[in-house]
Design a protein around this ligand. Structure first.
Ligand SMILES: [Zn+2]
Ligand SMILES: [Zn+2]
Length: 621
């Protein structure tokens, strides 16, 4: 296509350093003490404030758009926002840098504008702004937009804006510099007119610009927020204000609904999509959607609670790690935790599609530490039970319990719920059969001996029984001879000799394969010989103190390559990977298994689910 003029951003390669472009303005504002009322450079401070608020407007709409628990019934395009789109829209705020440069240039060219009064916003100023917006900005934007849909201009410029699947507030920023220059100039017209008429003020400029951004972000938010009853009551309104549905139709169909904010111009130009009103009615009423599969997660801790698409979409699209910018948000997130403890129920966090079926991730509103408080136990089980019953009523096929939600001590790996509600149609799954399979398949062929901690837990027992049948000697670390013997007796007589009870870490000082199901202190890790690999199924994972050893991550699998609309990382896992228990639930659903997978692991099924997972395209992560 060649490099078309103003089709890409000159600071594309600067990455985060593009924000240094604000530097000269910030520097000048600081140098001239712009916050003092008498400063001649106060306009710079006001300009920077305006652009901060502009960015915030888009961010708040993005957060709202991603609050699936509140908005999913009114989603216009029903796909999830995938990593590809998030990356493409990563630099959505480039246009704000451009607009700040344009505004600063204008303010340098016309010094009188720098001394606009802060107030008032009078009726005359508002009337002029509204009039010029409707008489000039709207029709010119409409004409420009239609022109940008013509052959060459579309290919070189506007196709970018249409290149992502699901309209999002940040999609409003996804356009070429040329388009944003046109838009910026059109935004300036009403304000220039008001100033020329002597009615300009800083407050009027803020109101118009932020109102403009509000409407642009709203039109791209993909959630129908304009009630149909409003159009029923005042029919003419539908030509004065567009809706997210209206603009979503433009994004998908491309040959109708071109207007900026006022469908009146599509009416005049004969370009209204005939289904616009019907579809708006439907979306505003809301459409239910039933997931086939639900992964019932919980919050890990206060920091991790910020790792969700409705806080920061980009942050949630990368593996979780503690970041400096999270610190200022911590107190707020802490209050949210307290509030949720008092009043909340399980809610939808994110979703994706696999082979035409909707999968959702729900979160029990409880944090990791709460699972270790004895008095919180009943409350947590009540939350999980309500979520299972809700899923059952909705028609969910499989619900898989994440991490601590299937804790043995809490509810017997889900047994509690299945026994209490024998008529459940939804299948409750702990997914640990696949977790065991992933861990076992990580152990190199030919391993003769392993050391196992957490040996009498659900996973420990299954791993021990599986390995002994492969004639691998398993040193089971447990102080309880009774529990050890119970497991040993489950093994066929000829393999029982491969299960050995050990009670002290020094017993493992010559074993290079440690399978860790229980927290290990640095002192305990010291007993491992150099070169040991620590496999893990302990939550939370152990700290890797030993430089001369290697540490495995929690068992995880990559979802099949044809997964759609996946745009959030599951905790610290890489993009596209999910914890093995999540994957186990997916396999349970894809295979159409009719049993609940709760309580003890059926050792004979470990190879069965592993083969099934591979068959469906899941891969070890
Ligand atoms: Zn658009
Ligand atoms: Zn377009």
């Amino acid at each position: 296509m060649g490099a078309a003029l103003l089709a890409s951003w000159p600071w594309d390669n600067l990455g985060f350093y593009k924000y240094l472009l604000y530097g000269p303005l910030v520097g000048k504002a600081v140098a001239s003490r712009a916050w003092e009322a008498a400063s001649p450079d106060r306009w710079i401070l006001l300009l920077l404030l305006l652009f901060g608020l502009r960015a915030l407007t888009y961010q708040l709409w993005s957060s709202y758009s991603n609050m699936l628990f509140a908005t999913r019934r009114r989603r216009v395009v029903r796909d999830g926002v995938d990593f590809h789109q998030i990356d493409k829209e990563w630099d959505w705020d480039n246009f704000l840098i451009l607009h700040v440069l344009m505004a600063a240039t204008a303010l340098y060219a016309f010094p009188s504008l720098r001394h606009l009064p802060l107030w008032p916003v009078d009726a005359r100023g508002l009337a002029i702004t509204a009039l010029v917006h409707a008489a000039a900005t709207e029709p010119l934007a409409y004409a420009a937009h239609r022109a940008f849909h013509g052959g060459r201009l579309y290919a070189r410029y506007h196709s970018l804006h249409h290149s992502t699947r699901v309209p999002q507030p940040f999609t409003a920023g996804l356009a070429t510099p040329l388009e944003h220059m046109v838009l910026g100039s059109l935004m300036a017209l009403p304000l220039a007119a008001a100033c020329a008429a002597g009615s300009g003020s800083v407050a009027l400029a803020f109101a118009y610009v932020l109102g403009f951004d509000f409407l642009r972000a709203m039109g791209h938010c993909n959630i129908e927020v304009v009630p149909n009853s409003l159009f029923q009551a005042v029919p003419v309104l539908r030509y004065l204000i567009y809706t997210p549905t209206y603009h979503a139709i433009h994004h998908t169909k491309k040959e109708a609904n071109f207007c900026l904010f006022m469908p009146l111009f599509d009416l005049l130009g004969g370009t209204i999509d005939p289904q616009s009103w019907e579809m708006h009615k439907k979306m505003s009423a809301g459409v239910d959607e039933v997931p086939d599969f639900v992964f019932l997660a919980h919050v890990v801790d206060v920091m991790q609670s910020l790792h969700v698409p409705f806080v920061l979409r980009t942050f949630a699209s990368t593996p979780f790690s503690v970041q400096l910018f999270l610190l200022p948000m911590w107190p707020f997130a802490f209050l949210v935790m307290l509030a949720m403890w008092v009043w909340s129920k399980t809610f939808v966090i994110s979703c994706y599609n696999l082979r035409g079926r909707l999968h959702q991730i729900w979160a029990v509103p409880r944090y990791g530490f709460q699972y270790f408080l004895p008095f919180a136990k009943d409350g947590i089980n009540k939350q999980i039970e309500l979520a299972i019953l809700r899923a059952d009523k909705m028609g969910v096929k499989v619900l898989s319990l994440a991490a601590l939600n299937k804790n043995e001590a809490l509810n017997g790996g889900g047994t509690l719920f299945v026994n209490k509600h024998p008529d459940l149609r939804v299948r409750v799954v702990h997914g640990n059969t696949l977790t065991a399979a992933v861990i076992l398949n990580e152990i190199p062929k030919g391993t003769a001996e392993v050391f196992l901690t957490g040996a009498t837990s659900k996973l420990g027992r299954a791993i021990a029984l599986y390995l002994c049948k492969k004639r691998v000697r398993v040193m089971m670390m447990t102080l309880s001879t009774e529990r050890f013997q119970k497991i040993q007796k489950e093994a066929p007589a000829e393999f029982q000799q491969y299960l050995v009870q050990v009670t002290k870490y020094p017993s493992a000082q010559h074993c290079r394969t440690w399978i860790v199901g229980k927290w290990l202190s640095p002192r305990e890790q010291r007993w491992a010989p150099p070169g040991t690999h620590f496999h893990q199924f302990v939550v939370p994972p152990i700290f890797g103190f030993r430089r001369d050893c290697t540490y495995g991550k929690l068992a995880a699998m990559r979802l099949p390559k044809d997964v759609q609309g996946l745009g959030a990382c599951e905790y610290s896992l890489e993009r596209g990977a999910v914890h093995a228990c999540h994957a186990g639930g997916v396999v349970h659903f894809l295979e159409g298994y009719t049993h609940h997978e709760v309580g003890a692991i059926d050792v004979d099924r470990i190879d069965v689910v592993w083969e099934a997972a591979l068959k469906h395209g899941l891969q070890p992560a």
